[in-house]
Write a protein that binds this ligand. Structure first.
Ligand code: HAM
Length: 427
């Protein structure tokens, strides 16, 4: 029997999935938590929902003609032969949960926030991933334009809190059930008179609105005089739209109207918006959302309206990189212990425990490396102070406290080092 083991080929993560690990992961968690905190300040309670659901939820909720449902879903049969799908977006799941748990029987609107991974089988490229991260909010049960404005403002505050400035907000209204069908046939009539290629014609048959944001110059030219939904809104939708804009003006949230905006999900009505960052190239949408007044009923609930957004955490982090804003620290710890010898190690383990109990982030050099290696580890950890403890210090009852930025080192009494460091770090 041979004892020689064949070298194992290491595994790689699935294609198109960004991984975040230290020190860069500090940026990821900071972006996610800052966006989430803006939602928390506006009273959105946290929901933790399944990352997979019954496939029918998305077919029904998001729409079978959308790319997301028809081409991009991770759908598989589980061991009980049920068709399940990794969630491609969050709104349908939130609405399912609101209905299932009767959250809409208490006070309205129900305001919820969520954060986590979503899955779309897209062609991976910079800023477009198969596992993407969102922070989202949904407010269900109030058809109030002030609520649309709040949702938009929460996203805007989140971006501002990160220090981002190079983005803009595009907004439109997609109308409601009383004006959309008439507009749709108007647009279809217009498209029938154009010289379009077969593929575009097929797209137009499924969803004529999608031809409106076709990026090809020749199609854009043809669509110049296309009728726009904004000019054909029902009185109720037009009034709602005007009120949303008034609230945004009152709040000082800047926007541009984009009457040709098309979103990739079918449930939108009335207010629809996108945050676009021009530094990101083709994948410039850092967040989007809108109102979905039919979704609750479509999924078997009461006929209640809803409005929300999903912000892409991956792309927002990329936007921070492009703008050179980094409001987070990549330091793992604040204090790093460097023991020189076994007795010193025992003492530093106890000091580290006491500091952690006092809320200070502490790490130690492990594995019996020499002083040089340990000091390098201290620098790498991002700590402000190193605690250097040798046998002679122990005998003298002192410990060296080194300021890693200035290089200055001074001795402190071992008994006093915990409160002293706590005070120094607080200042
Ligand atoms: P969505 O526009 O499909 O909307 O996605 C929201 C955001 O997620 C996008 O603006 C983008 O930043 C990010 N995102 C989407 N796909 C990818 C991808 N493949 N790679 C990286 N980032 C991506 C929704 O999902 C709706 N559920 C939002 C919503 C909530 N509407 C109402 N309530």
């Amino acid at each position: 029997m041979s004892t020689v083991q064949e070298k194992v080929q290491p595994f790689a993560a699935p294609k198109g999935i960004p991984e975040y690990y230290p020190p860069e992961s500090a940026g990821f968690t900071h972006v996610r938590d800052t966006l989430s905190a803006a939602a928390e300040r506006a009273g959105y309670g946290y929901v933790e929902l399944p990352v997979f659901e019954e496939t029918g939820l998305y077919a029904r909720g998001v729409g079978e003609s959308t790319d997301v449902v028809s081409k991009e879903m991770y759908t598989f049969a589980d061991r009980g032969e049920r068709s399940v799908t990794l969630r491609p977006e969050g709104t349908a799941g939130v609405v399912r949960s609101v209905i299932e748990h009767g959250m809409d029987r208490a006070g309205l609107p129900v305001k919820l926030r969520y954060a986590g991974p979503f899955f779309r089988y897209e062609r991976p490229q910079a800023g477009r991933y198969r596992q993407l991260q969102q922070v989202g909010i949904e407010a269900i049960g109030a058809d109030d334009p002030a609520l649309d404005a709040e949702v938009v403002a929460v996203a805007d505050e989140g971006f501002k809190a990160l220090g981002l400035t190079g983005y803009r907000l595009e907004l439109t209204s997609l109308g409601d059930a009383s004006c959309r069908p008439a507009y749709r046939s108007l647009l279809q009539d217009f498209l029938a008179g154009l010289d379009l290629d077969a593929a575009t014609r097929a797209r137009a048959a499924i969803n004529p609105l999608r031809v409106l944001d076709d990026k090809r110059p020749e199609v854009r030219a043809l669509m110049e005089d296309a009728p726009l939904l904004l000019d054909h809104l029902s009185p109720a939708s037009a009034e709602h739209h005007a009120a949303v804009l008034q609230h945004l003006d009152d709040l000082g949230v800047a926007y541009t109207i984009n009457p040709r905006m098309v979103r990739g999900l079918d449930y939108y009505t009335k207010t629809t918006f996108e945050f676009v960052h021009d530094g990101l190239g083709a994948q410039s949408g850092i967040g989007g959302g809108g109102r979905y007044d039919g979704l609750m009923a479509t999924l078997g609930g009461q006929p209640l309206s809803g409005v929300g957004f999903g912000i892409g955490v991956d792309r927002t982090l990329l936007a921070c990189g492009v703008e050179g804003v980094q409001p987070w620290s990549t330091a793992r710890v604040e204090v790093f212990g460097v023991p020189l010898g076994d007795a010193a190690r025992r003492r530093l383990v106890v000091i580290a425990g006491a500091l952690r109990k006092a809320g200070v982030r502490v790490d130690l050099a492990y594995g019996g490396r020499g002083v040089k290696g340990a000091m390098k580890a201290a620098d790498r950890s991002g700590a402000r102070y190193a605690l250097v403890l040798g046998e002679r210090d122990l005998e003298a009852g002192t410990v060296g406290v080194k300021d890693l930025a200035s290089g200055e080192q001074r001795d402190t009494a071992l008994d006093a080092v915990v409160p002293e460091l706590v005070a120094a770090l607080a200042s």
